[in-house]
Design a protein around this ligand. Structure first.
Ligand SMILES: [Zn+2]
Length: 301
């Protein structure tokens, strides 16, 4: 039974492999990627099964490289009626790219993902939430390649990104009157610290009651919570990459708790896609899921 009947939270997955962790020397060069054992297909299937059990639709921000290598997995996601988004092609941090390089990367990812499954891509999440102040040109590029919303902003300080934006879904404004529907990551303030409670390493690390506390705080402000996870967050058998100890702690703790926490949250609250959460606020056209989100409308191409 849902505790929050009037609010739909967003659930999202960044579909990349375990070796797509940024700034780890051993996997920096994409030429090394095919030599690593992959977990992405197996763990994506596990995620799909958890969502099917709960009858919940989610958004999958897929790395173009993964879509090219494992098109069957992308097809399976789309066939189950989930929303397909892009997580870029090469998993490079946006603030390190030029607008032109970013445009080509993003366009290539959209082609790879749409070719794999025939679903139309509407939204983007930057690798490592790497749209930072000064990188606003990225919003122009996102619109230029035909995307209609962004889910890349992380309104707190973090190692590879962070953008001090309004909390909760909003119409992002930049330049001269430009707007884009934005679904930033949820954060929780604890004393002087602001951190993410509903995604990635924190989701694995925090006990469920703290995640629930974050959700309740968001509800008080009428904000939905955004959950984001990766296939590797479920991988109890994840191969270990050489990296500094503090990063290893954050990358490899709590994997065995992810699935059970997620199942409980899906049973207690109402979740849907990022697109749906923004649509409910009137910033995106109505769709009739799953058909309209997962099929390319050639009339509008
Ligand atoms: Zn990523």
């Amino acid at each position: 039974m849902s505790e929050s009947p009037d609010i739909t939270h967003a659930i999202s997955f960044d579909i990349e492999d375990w070796f797509h962790i940024v700034e780890i020397k051993a996997s920096e060069d994409p030429a090394t990627w095919p030599s690593f054992e992959s977990i992405v297909q197996k763990r994506t299937r596990q995620i799909l099964d958890i969502l099917s059990e709960a009858n919940v639709r989610a958004t999958f921000f897929i790395l173009g490289w993964v879509a090219e290598k494992y098109p069957d997995s992308v097809r399976m996601i789309a066939e189950r009626g989930h929303e397909i988004g892009t997580h870029s092609f090469w998993h490079r941090k946006v603030y390190e790219l030029t607008p032109d390089v970013f445009r080509k990367d993003l366009a290539r990812s959209i082609d790879a993902i749409q070719n794999a499954c025939g679903a139309k891509v509407y939204g983007f999440r930057a690798p490592s939430f790497s749209i930072t102040p000064g990188t606003e040109w990225a919003f122009d590029v996102i619109r230029e390649v035909g995307l209609v919303y962004d889910a890349s902003l992380f309104p707190a300080r973090r190692a590879h990104g962070g953008y001090p934006c309004q909390l909760g879904p909003h119409l992002l404004q930049w330049g001269e009157g430009n707007t884009l529907p934005e679904l930033p990551m949820s954060v929780m303030d604890l004393g002087r610290f602001r951190f993410c409670f509903s995604g990635g390493g924190y989701f694995r690390l925090l006990p469920l009651r703290l995640i629930e506390r974050g959700i309740r705080r968001e509800l008080k402000e009428d904000r939905p919570t955004v959950i984001y996870l990766h296939p590797r967050d479920f991988a109890t058998d994840c191969p270990v990459m050489p990296m500094p100890l503090y990063r290893r702690f954050k990358c490899y703790i709590g994997q065995k708790t992810t699935a059970s926490k997620l199942r409980k949250l899906l049973a207690r609250h109402r979740f849907s896609t990022c697109y749906e959460v923004l649509r409910q606020r009137g910033w995106l056209p109505a769709v009739n899921p799953p058909e309209d989100v997962t099929k390319i409308d050639t009339a509008n191409e």
